[in-house]
Design a protein around this ligand. Structure first.
Ligand code: AMP
Ligand code: MG
Length: 418
C-alpha cells in the first residue's frame, strides 16, 4: 500500500497549530497494512477492512416484544372489553405455522414471529384469561408491542463501515447478520524506544543522577490499546551512532517507530542526528502545551514519531498526534475524540496563540459537573494524569479563563483506552 511521500511532514517556519498538524497527517499519511480474515470471536479491537452490508433484515421477521396475545387491532371494540378465543400458540423459534383468522387471539411469547393476520400484541399482565378466551381492555394502539422486520438493520444497508474499530456491540451486530469471520486490517507493528543516558530499567539499581523509564511501559500500553503489536527495543543511550543502528534495524521489520526523549534542540538530543543520518526528519514546533517539539520523519519509508521525554508531554502528544497517526496507518477512520463542555472550577491565564491541555478531574458541585484543575502543571508530573479524569482544552484564542467559563473536556478514556 501507499507509503509516505518524501515531503511528508515538511514544515518550516513558525509554530504549527494542532489542527494544521492533524490535517497534515490526514492528507499525507495512507494506510500501510494489508487485510486478513479472523474469526468473529477474535475480532474485538480490530479495524474492519470492508463494509459489512446487511444481506437480510435484522430482525429477520416481525416479532413480539412481550409475552401476551397477538391479535388484529381491527377486531377490538373501541370503547369496551373484547373477548376473543385463544386459537393457537407462537413461541420464540416456534412460529404459529398458519395465518391467524379474523377474531382469533394467539398466545405469543417474546421473540416469536408475529402470525400473519395479527398486528398488535396485548401484554399478558393487561389481560384476563377465562377458559379458552382472553378478555382485552379497550384503548391499546394498533401495532403496540410489535417489533418490525428490519427495524435494527434494513437489508442492503451498511451495518458497519470499513475503517471502524470493532467494539463488543459491533461484534454482536455482525453476528446478528450471520457473519462468523470478518475481514480486518493486519495490526500495525510498532517499534518502541526510550532514549537518555539517565533513563534506567525498573528492577535494576539506580545510579546517581538516573531515573527509571516511565515512558516505555506507558507508551507500550497506549500503543497496544490502539491495536498495535509492540516490539520493545529498550533504552538507547544518548549516542547518535548507537541510536542510528537501533532505529535502522527497527525500520526493517516495523510499520511505525515511536521514540521518547532526545527530540529537543539540545546537544544531548540525538534522535534528530540519528534520523537525519538515516532518513528524513522534520521537527514540528507545535503550538501546544505541554509538549516541546515533536519529531516526525521517516526511515526507509517507515514513519517515525519522536515524542518528548517528559512523561506528561509524551502522553499528551501521543493522545493528540501519535494516536491519529496510528489510526491512519492502521486503516482506521479518524474521528475527532468526543469532548463536552463543562464550567471551569478555576481561573487560569495563558498565552494566546497556542493550545493548552490542563489535567483536570470532574466534580459535582450543586447540580452541575465542573472541571477542577490539577494543582501542578509540570510536564514531568505524571501524578497529574494518574489523579485526573481528562484534559481541559484551552483554545489558541483564549488568554484568560475565569471560574465558571465554559471549557471543552476531553476524557482520558477517549484517547488512552482502546
Ligand atoms: P528529553 O526530551 O530527552 O530532553 O527529556 C526531557 C525530560 O524527560 C528529562 O527530565 C528526562 O530525564 C525525562 N525523561 C526522558 N525520557 C524519560 C523516560 N523514558 N521516563 C521518564 N522520564 C524521562
Ligand atoms: Mg534526553
Amino acid at each position: 500500500m501507499a507509503q509516505l511521500s518524501d515531503d511528508c511532514f515538511a514544515f518550516g517556519g513558525a509554530l504549527l497549530g494542532v489542527d494544521a498538524a492533524l490535517a497534515l497527517i490526514e492528507a499525507r499519511i495512507a494506510p500501510v497494512v494489508g487485510e486478513e480474515v479472523v474469526p468473529l470471536s477474535a475480532a474485538a479491537g480490530r479495524i474492519l477492512a470492508r463494509d459489512i452490508v446487511a444481506q437480510f433484515d435484522v430482525p429477520p421477521h416481525a416479532n413480539s416484544a412481550v409475552d401476551g396475545f397477538a391479535l388484529a387491532h381491527a377486531d377490538l371494540l373501541p370503547d369496551r372489553e373484547t373477548a376473543l378465543p385463544v386459537a393457537g400458540r407462537a413461541a420464540a423459534g416456534h412460529p404459529l405455522g398458519r395465518e391467524a383468522a379474523r377474531g382469533e387471539a394467539i398466545r405469543i411469547f417474546t421473540g416469536a414471529p408475529m402470525p400473519e393476520g395479527t398486528d398488535t400484541v396485548m401484554m399478558q399482565e393487561d389481560c384476563v384469561i377465562e377458559g379458552g378466551r382472553v378478555r382485552i381492555k379497550p384503548g391499546i394502539k394498533k401495532g403496540a408491542n410489535r417489533r418490525h422486520a428490519g427495524e435494527d438493520v434494513a437489508a442492503g444497508s451498511v451495518a458497519l463501515p470499513a475503517g471502524h474499530r470493532l467494539k463488543p456491540a459491533d461484534l454482536g451486530l455482525a453476528a446478528a447478520l450471520g457473519n462468523d469471520r470478518l475481514t480486518v486490517f493486519r495490526p500495525l507493528r510498532a517499534a518502541l524506544v526510550s532514549t537518555g543516558d539517565e533513563v534506567s530499567e525498573p528492577g535494576t539499581p539506580l545510579a546517581p543522577g538516573a531515573i527509571y523509564d516511565a515512558n516505555r511501559v506507558m507508551l507500550a500500553a497506549l500503543l497496544r490499546a490502539q491495536g498495535c503489536l509492540v516490539s520493545d527495543l529498550g533504552i538507547c543511550p544518548d549516542d547518535a551512532a548507537g541510536l542510528a543502528d537501533t532505529l535502522a534495524a527497527a525500520a526493517a521489520g516495523h510499520d511505525l517507530i515511536v521514540t521518547s526523549g532526545g527530540v529537543s534542540t539540545g546537544e544531548e538530543d540525538h534522535v534528530r542526528a540519528a534520523i537525519e543520518k538515516l532518513g528524513r526528519l522534520d521537527f514540528w514546533r507545535l503550538a501546544i502545551k505541554p509538549g516541546r517539539p515533536v519529531a516526525l520523519g521517516q526511515l526507509n519509508g517507515v514513519p517515525l514519531i519522536g515524542l518528548p521525554g517528559n512523561p506528561v508531554a509524551a502522553a499528551l502528544t501521543f493522545a493528540i498526534l501519535a494516536r491519529p497517526l496510528i489510526l491512519r496507518l492502521a486503516g482506521a477512520a479518524i474521528a475527532p475524540p468526543l469532548t463536552f463542555p463543562v464550567p471551569a472550577g478555576f481561573a487560569y491565564r495563558k498565552k494566546a496563540g497556542r493550545r493548552e491541555y490542563l489535567r483536570a478531574t470532574l466534580a459535582r458541585e450543586g447540580g452541575a459537573i465542573i472541571a477542577r484543575k490539577y494543582p501542578k502543571d509540570g510536564a514531568g508530573i505524571l501524578s497529574s494524569i494518574v489523579q485526573s479524569d481528562g484534559f481541559v482544552i484551552l483554545d489558541e484564542s483564549l488568554s484568560e479563563l475565569v471560574p465558571g467559563g465554559i471549557v471543552e473536556f476531553l476524557p482520558f478514556s477517549e484517547v488512552f483506552a482502546s
